[in-house]
Design a protein around this ligand. Structure first.
Ligand SMILES: Cc1cc2nc3c(=O)[nH]c(=O)nc-3n(C[C@H](O)[C@H](O)[C@H](O)COP(=O)(O)OP(=O)(O)OC[C@H]3O[C@@H](n4cnc5c(N)ncnc54)[C@H](O)[C@@H]3O)c2cc1C
Length: 412
């Protein structure tokens, strides 16, 4: 059930707290509820589903990412044993003997989505055009009721919308609230941190953020989806069709200076995006610069081979520099694998895969006791694709349930 307002009184202290409502966290919550265990599922976004909710299709099947993820989210909202807290972030947690207490920060939208009738009266009354038809974050999840939202950058705080609202859904003083709750067990499913161009861990030599046509994989996924109406993918700088695209793998990943480990999913999602491009425009030239092609899961090796057969060029080289100039587009410098010579090549669009960092709380949680360990599943336990994250979520849920049974049995 969707819980708009968290309070200590409304939460079962024996609940398992699942931190993170991506595919791993949702599946863990559902398996726990199947066993009759109450769950508090906390998600910092305004929607469930995590990263998968924002993908178009998923490798290795190329099936729709959204449909199964949304169905799983609906099952969580509908379960009587799962309390879903959106817009809520777990910031810390402490232990005292066998007791665990968790600190949460809940964002309170100025317009309460549970009350909003979506009538638009607030928008008509607003002198600064600050009312948005939908909370941009909520559009990811159609299971949530549509709600107006306020753009804080435009709102001048005049309060006309508060007077205009027929159901008193607007309170401009509403902000975030800190809450502390006792919980029975904790299971982390916090996934990964989305790489941002401004992230200092990004290797600067790849030029992410310096030119509109040098994109991260997530930016590319969004741009590709946004431009689906056009026959061919266009560059962001000129709007002309992109004729050549480079995917640069391990850009700062598997690199002691930035992200030391392999994120396990980037080779496959680069190939997925490359194959989409080829289907849309068979004449486009695509190069994937890779270190090792990693395709560990079922059907993934075949997926890679199909891409190569379709004409996607796979080049084992680690580019050292990506530079954009107005005259000659985006240049990529790399060492040619056969000759060892440094060469430069020009591309219309470059997608930089800088790896994905596991998302964990800044303070490592201390397990309260041996019978109450801290469980982790999904990407935050080990970089993994969707299928593995789902399986891990279920496995950790069963492990937590088993420990709880053993503990309760021992106490009787
Ligand atoms: C561009 C791209 C394309 C991909 N394509 C595919 C593909 O085609 N096929 C495939 O199998 N895999 C793909 N992947 C990998 C896939 O996204 C991951 O395997 C999957 O998202 C892992 O799920 P998760 O639940 O562990 O993590 P996430 O999806 O990251 O979910 C974690 C959730 O935890 C929440 N959270 C984090 N910290 C807190 C906190 N402190 N409090 C509350 N909530 C918190 C986050 O908001 C998030 O919603 C792709 C990844 C990328 C980046």
């Amino acid at each position: 059930m969707l819980c708009q307002q968290l309070s200590a009184a409304g939460c079962d202290p024996q609940s398992v707290l699942v931190v993170g409502g991506g595919v791993a966290g949702m599946h863990a919550a559902l398996r726990l509820s199947d066993l009759g265990i109450p769950v508090l599922l906390v998600e910092r976004n305004a929607y469930l589903g995590g990263m998968v909710m924002r993908l178009d299709k998923v490798y290795p099947t190329d099936h729709c990412a959204f449909c199964p993820t949304w169905t799983t989210a609906l099952a969580c909202y509908r379960s009587a044993l799962i309390q879903v807290a959106l817009n809520t972030e777990v910031t810390d947690f402490s232990t005292n003997g066998n007791e665990i207490s968790v600190s949460l920060r809940q964002q309170k939208p100025a317009i309460d989505p549970a009350l909003c009738l979506f009538c638009g009266a607030c928008r008509t009354s607003c002198p600064s055009n600050a009312l948005l038809e939908r909370d941009p974050q909520r559009t990811w999840d159609p299971a949530l009721p549509p709600s107006m939202s306020i753009d804080p950058a435009r709102c001048n705080g005049c309060g006309h919308c508060v007077e205009a609202c027929p159901v008193n859904a607007i309170d401009l003083s509403r902000q975030e609230e800190a809450i502390t709750l006792p919980v029975g067990d904790v299971l982390f499913a916090t996934g990964f941190e989305e790489p941002k161009p401004s992230d200092p861990r990004q290797a600067p030599e790849f030029g992410v953020g310096s030119h509109p046509d040098i994109l991260t994989a997530m930016e590319f996924e969004a741009w590709y989806n946004e431009t689906l109406d056009a026959k061919e993918l266009q560059t962001r700088s000129t709007g002309r069709p992109a004729q050549s695209v480079a995917f640069i793998q391990c850009a700062g990943a598997r690199d002691q200076r930035h992200l030391p480990y392999c994120a396990a999913v980037c080779c496959m999602h680069a190939m997925k995006q490359a194959r989409w491009l080829k289907r849309r425009n068979p004449n486009i030239a695509i190069t994937i610069f890779y270190t090792d092609l990693r395709a560990p899961g079922a059907g993934q090796e075949r997926y890679m081979r199909l891409g190569a057969q379709e004409g996607i060029r796979l080049l084992r080289a680690r580019p050292g520099l990506v530079m954009a100039s107005e005259a000659s587009g985006i240049g990529v410098r790399y060492e040619q694998p056969e000759s060892g010579q440094a060469v430069g090549e020009r591309f219309d669009l470059v997608v930089v895969n800088g790896g994905l960092a596991q998302c964990r709380l800044s303070k490592a949680p201390t397990p309260p006791s041996e019978s109450k360990p801290v469980h982790r599943c999904g990407f935050c336990a080990e970089p993994a694709d969707v299928a593995t994250s789902v399986i891990q979520g279920a496995a950790e849920a069963y492990a937590a349930a088993q420990r709880r049974r053993a503990r309760d049995g021992g106490a009787q």
